[in-house]
Design a protein around this ligand. Structure first.
Ligand code: NDP
Ligand code: ZN
Length: 181
């Protein structure tokens, strides 16, 4: 099967099906333990229907953005299934799991401005969706302080991505106005 698709809708659905399969046993952190796949779908939806982004590489990378980090999926597997452009964006937005949590968080801030334009769009959508989730269906048992820390960290990352996409940056700023207090 061709990975460099002349059929973007087919490619998008393949990415959605692949991500759904990989995340099938995972749940979000909210009290209802929502299905994890809702999150990658939310990113793609924000990018297309709020950000106006139609690039299938970006939309597929959004659907797949947590597969390397959070499931048993390798870069090579993504490359074979979806081609190097999509696999490269997913790799770019994946944390280095050999680092400790604190160092990974710091690395996201320090490396944000070095990412490719496509990876920056996926990063922006990820932060928008996670801030919205943090308000609408927050992780169970997170203290107010921890949620506030999360908002501030997300803003520190996004502040290093500014100039990438005005609409997405505005959507992030709107989400940030709901910082818990
Ligand atoms: P994470 O950053 O791993 O947890 C947040 C992540 O969980 C999000 O980025 C998102 O990632 C995912 N997620 C899943 N469900 C939801 C949801 N419902 N709403 C929003 N996000 C969701 O937290 P850590 O445990 O790694 O802690 C991060 C930092 O917090 C560390 O630096 C640590 O030191 C600090 N910390 C602070 C505490 C405090 O009380 N102040 C206590 C413990 C830690 P994705 O997009 O990948 O799904
Ligand atoms: Zn994510």
């Amino acid at each position: 099967m061709s990975t460099q698709s002349a059929d973007p809708l087919g490619l998008l659905l393949r990415a959605a099906a692949f991500a759904a399969e990989k995340h099938r046993l995972q749940r979000r952190l909210d009290v209802e333990a929502s299905a994890y796949i809702n999150h990658p779908i939310a990113l793609a939806n924000v990018l297309k229907n709020e950000g106006g982004i139609s690039d299938p590489i970006v939309l597929c990378a959004a659907l797949l953005h947590d597969t390397i980090e959070d499931t048993q999926t390798s870069y090579e597997e993504l490359r074979a299934e979806f081609g190097p452009e999509i696999a490269d964006v997913v790799a770019e937005v994946s944390d280095d799991k050999s680092l400790k949590k604190e160092a990974r968080k710091q690395a996201q801030i320090e490396h944000a401005h070095l990412k490719s334009p496509r990876a920056k769009l996926v990063k922006l959508a990820d932060k928008i969706c996670n801030l919205r989730d943090m308000v609408e269906r927050p992780p169970a048992e997170w203290s107010l302080g921890r949620k506030q820390e999360y908002f501030d960290w997300a803003k520190a990352v996004v502040d290093r991505l500014r100039g990438s996409h005005g609409t997405l940056e505005r959507l992030f700023d709107e989400a940030y106005t709901r910082r818990p207090r």
